[in-house]
Each structure stands twice: as C-alpha cells, then as structure tokens.
Ligand binder design. Structure first.
Ligand SMILES: NC(=O)c1ccc[n+]([C@@H]2O[C@H](COP(=O)([O-])OP(=O)(O)OC[C@H]3O[C@@H](n4cnc5c(N)ncnc54)[C@H](O)[C@@H]3O)[C@@H](O)[C@H]2O)c1
Length: 290
C-alpha cells in the first residue's frame, strides 16, 4: 500500500470517515512541485479543498488538474509571493472557493540562493529574506479576517523552515536568517491568535528532502526573479561528494527524506491529532542534528 493510502487508511480507522481535513480549505504556496505538490495531494486525499499557489502557472495548473481528476477539489491561483499584491488576490480567491472560509495556510514556497558571507550581494540577501519571511507574513496578514473568527472550526498555519534556520549553514546566511525568522513569526501568531480564536501555528524545519532544491546543480534547474535574472538551484555534485553525502553518515536513518514523507509531516501537523500543538518548530530530518 502506498504511503498516502496508508495515511488515509489510518485517518479513516480513527473516526474521520471523510478524511482528516474534511470540509477544510487549504492554501499551499509553492505547490506546483516538490513538497508543496505532495502536500496538496495528501490534503486533497483527506477531504480538503486545496488552493494551489505557485509562481509557475503551468505546474500549478497541472497539479490542480490531477487533483480534480482524482475526484477531489482544487483551484489554481498562480502568482509570486514576492509580489505585494499577490497575497490579497490569493486570499480572496481562496475564500471564494471556500464559500467564505479558509482553514489552513501552508507557507512553503521558496528556494535558496547561496553564497559565503563575504561574497553575498544585497540583492541575494533581501530576495531570500523577503521570499521566506515577508511573503508569508503578508499572506497571513491578508488572511486574518478568515482566521480571527469564532465558528468552532479548526484553523492551522504551517510555516516551512529549515535546519539552516535552526542550526545555521555555511553558505546560507540569507536563508538561515530567513528560516530562523519564520520560527519567530510562528510563535507570535500562536500567541496573538491562539487565545481568542484557537488558531494553531507551527513550523517544520526540514533537513535533506529529495526535491530539485537538493538535486545536482548540474541538472540546470533555476528560478526567474521579477527583474528577469535567473537563480540556479541545486547543490554542486562535487560539494555533495566532498561532504560524504552519498552515505548520509550524519543522518541516523542514513537517507534523505522523500517529498511525500515531508508532506506527511505537514498533514500530521494540520490534522486533528495535533490539536494541542502550537508555536512549535518540529525538525523533520531523519534524526540529523540530534
Ligand atoms: N528540499 C529540502 O531539502 C528542503 C529543506 C529545508 C527546507 N525546504 C523548504 O521547503 C520548501 C519547499 O521546497 P522544495 O524542496 O519542495 O522545493 P521545490 O523547488 O521542489 O518547490 C518549491 C516551489 O516553490 C515555488 N516558488 C518558488 N519561488 C516562488 C515565489 N516567489 N512565489 C511562488 N512560488 C514560488 C517554485 O516554483 C516551486 O514549485 C521551501 O520553503 C524550502 O526552502 C526544503
């Protein structure tokens, strides 16, 4: 039985016959591929109506189509989380799709743009800080009217962090600061919106997950910035070899995680089984850094 079918089966056994997220509306940014796309699929399997948000409209549309064809419900709202106008549009369309309700936000969109400190440009610094902190903040702020409500329904926000944020990482000063920043944002939301409205907000700090972000740089993946310049994605093969990464000796489980396993942890956090967990940063790393 596949991993997501097993997760669904567990939910069904435990008194959620329509799925763990039945009737909930979820925005997942960066869900055109990788961890976000897997989360969208798992959420849809659990009865959520999913809003697919990605800068890559073609990929967002493809994920949306596959979810709808599988009998679940999704809409595609492509856009750039760095565009100050996009959060309002995303939230408006999500609320229309959800008949006036939004229950879950997963702030997942992102990439890395590495350099050692003495070679990092201001542009590199501010692009990554904005992408991983300002973008999520604006989306959460735009969605405030749908989270600061008292209708007795679950509300949950998951911000995606990284072990670079919780432990630092050479070559990633910008990304480490940004990913540490969302842990503070997370705790603040838990404290502002928990007491009156019961909103939960948590972070997941991923370790090494197999997506294009951690693939070989030589594969040629890139993102295009608003000014048209390109940022190459991935880790150079030579760097991966030098770190002895092939044996994954720094990971107790001795392997990287899959995008589906990463997405499973997001689903778990949003599920009713985590209803008393808020303000936390949970490391999903195969045990690395313990
Ligand atoms: N893969 C890992 O090992 C790892 C580790 C730690 C944290 N993360 C984090 O997990 C999240 C998902 O990464 P992934 O590994 O699935 O990468 P990915 O490249 O497979 O997917 C990221 C998605 O985000 C989208 N995106 C990028 N910039 C965007 C923007 N400005 N606006 C809207 N969408 C945008 C991309 O188009 C892409 O579809 C990121 O926040 C990343 O920093 C990943």
């Amino acid at each position: 039985m596949s991993y997501d079918k097993r997760i669904t089966a567990i939910g069904h056994q435990l008194n959620f016959p329509k799925g763990l997220l039945s009737g909930q509306v979820a925005i997942i940014t960066g869900s055109g591929q990788g961890i976000g796309a897997e989360a969208a699929r798992l959420f849809a399997n659990e009865g959520a109506k999913v809003v697919i948000s990605d800068i890559d409209a073609k990929k967002a549309d493809e994920v949306t189509k596959s979810i709808n064809e599988a009998g679940s419900a999704a809409i595609s709202v492509p856009g750039d989380v760095l565009d100050p106008k996009y959060p309002e549009e995303l939230v408006k369309k999500a609320a229309e799709f959800g008949n006036g309700k939004i229950h879950i936000i997963v702030n997942n969109a992102g990439y890395t743009w590495d350099a050692v400190i003495h070679k990092m440009s201001d542009k590199q610094w501010s692009n990554i800080i904005d992408l991983h902190t300002t973008g999520p903040f604006r989306i959460i702020r735009a969605a405030a009217p749908y989270f600061r409500v008292k209708d007795g329904e679950s509300r949950s926000i998951v911000n995606i962090s990284s072990t670079s944020g919780t432990h630092g990482n050479a070559g990633q000063a910008n990304y480490s600061v940004a990913k540490a920043g969302v842990t503070g944002l997370t705790k603040t939301i838990a404290k502002e919106w928990g007491p009156q409205f019961g909103v939960r907000c948590n972070c997941i700090a991923f370790g090494h997950i197999l997506t294009r972000l951690t693939g070989a740089k030589e594969a040629g993946a890139s993102v295009t910035l608003p000014d048209g310049s390109k940022v190459a994605l991935g880790i150079p093969e030579a760097q991966q070899r030098a770190a002895g990464a092939a044996q994954h000796l720094d990971i107790p489980l001795r392997r990287p995680g899959t995008a589906t396993e990463a997405a499973g942890s997001i689903l778990a956090l949003c599920s009713p089984y985590f209803s008393y967990v808020t303000g936390q940063t949970i490391e999903v790393t195969g045990g690395r850094n313990i």
